[in-house]
Design a protein around this ligand. Structure first.
Ligand SMILES: NC(=O)c1ccc[n+]([C@@H]2O[C@H](COP(=O)([O-])OP(=O)(O)OC[C@H]3O[C@@H](n4cnc5c(N)ncnc54)[C@H](O)[C@@H]3O)[C@@H](O)[C@H]2O)c1
Length: 315
């Protein structure tokens, strides 16, 4: 097996590399940036030497086609994407990376006769809580994205479906809600992880949002993508990811359980996403990875403590 991971320098991508290298699997890491701080935090220098790094732009078809031609890729985890604020600020570039980039990966894989792809969708395909009667949305709830990013993820799901209709290529799209853990350091939801990091460094932190959200440990999300890439099903599936639904206050309480002196406050902005996704479809078809929240928070804080002790993170 040789796994291609696009967006490998991102938070989930770096955790995918971490798990694959620990299993001794060959991995080709593709990203527009080379390696980067998340990979340095999660893989030793020796482990990084086991990874084939390729730097390139997923929105360029010639590059992606060349990637598949030059490396013995057998499995694919497609994560490369621009997040919400970038898509809002530059919708054209957002579409090039998130929509065209995904078509490029499917098309280049198809031309090399690869039969299955795992790719990242998102809770952002759904709308705000007031758009739905149910509180926990099933895999088949209507997509009503309120962001360009969500609209692009919806297009990715449709792309995957059409590759099945046209070419019998199977796929599994996963819709994470909100990842936390080492490496999650970009965008509004990363404030929860940054609060954990600051608590370890005995520094105060202000979380810029409030509300309830479904949390997934980044390491678990990565394991779920590996599972999805290595366990093809019979068609194009999209699964919601599960996880505990908690308030920002509950997360602060858990952080303070590990560091009682931690000074953490929060703002009042509520993100425009439904609070809970029902992951029964995923559980019916795949092994599910769900570290209990208190364990995940504790693991994240102790990994930050190690990284700070080694001088790899300075807060
Ligand atoms: N982290 C979450 O909470 C969450 C929630 C829902 C969905 N997702 C999705 O999961 C996937 C991984 O998330 P993440 O948190 O690791 O994201 P991330 O932003 O940390 O990583 C994305 C990676 O894609 C790379 N990238 C951007 N443009 C590129 C381009 N043109 N060519 C090649 N690479 C490019 C970036 O350099 C980055 O390393 C993404 O598709 C994201 O939309 C994440």
């Amino acid at each position: 097996m040789a796994m291609l991971v696009t967006g490998a320098a991102g938070c989930i991508g770096a955790w995918v590399l971490h798990h694959l290298v620990k299993r001794g699997e060959p991995v080709i890491a593709f990203d527009i940036v080379r390696a980067g701080h998340r990979i340095e935090q999660l893989l030793t220098i020796k482990e990084q030497q086991l990874v084939t790094f390729v730097q390139g732009d997923v929105s360029d078809f010639i590059t992606v086609k060349g990637l598949f031609e030059q490396h013995p890729i057998t499995h694919v985890i497609h994560l490369a994407a621009l997040p919400v604020p970038f898509c809002r600020a530059d919708p054209v570039r957002g579409a090039q990376v998130n929509v065209i980039g995904t078509v490029n990966v499917f098309e280049a894989a198809r031309r090399r006769d690869i039969k299955h792809i795992a790719y990242a969708s998102s809770v952002a395909v759904f709308g705000a809580p007031e758009d739905y009667k149910e509180t926990a949305l099933s895999d088949h709830a209507a997509a009503r994205p309120r962001t360009m990013y969500g609209a692009y993820k919806q297009a990715n799901e449709a792309t995957a479906r059409v590759y099945f209709y046209d070419h019998k290529m199977t796929s599994i799209g996963l819709r994470p809600h909100t990842a936390y853990g080492v490496g999650q350091d970009q965008g509004l939801p990363s404030d929860l992880t940054k609060a954990m990091m600051h608590a370890v460094a005995s520094k105060p932190y202000h979380i810029n949002f409030n509300g309830r959200l479904q949390l997934q440990l980044a390491s678990d999300v990565a394991l779920q993508f590996i599972e999805a890439a290595t366990h093809p099903l019979d068609q194009a599936y999209v699964f919601n990811m599960g996880g505990p639904v908690v308030s920002v206050d509950e997360v602060i309480t858990l952080i303070q359980r590990n560091r009682p002196q931690a000074k953490i406050t929060h703002g009042e902005t509520v993100r425009p996403y439904v609070e809970q996704l029902d992951d029964s479809g995923l559980r019916q078809h795949l092994k599910a990875y769900e570290t209990p929240l208190e364990v995940g928070v504790q693991q994240t804080m102790s990994l930050y403590a190690d990284l700070m002790q080694r001088g790899q993170i300075v807060v």
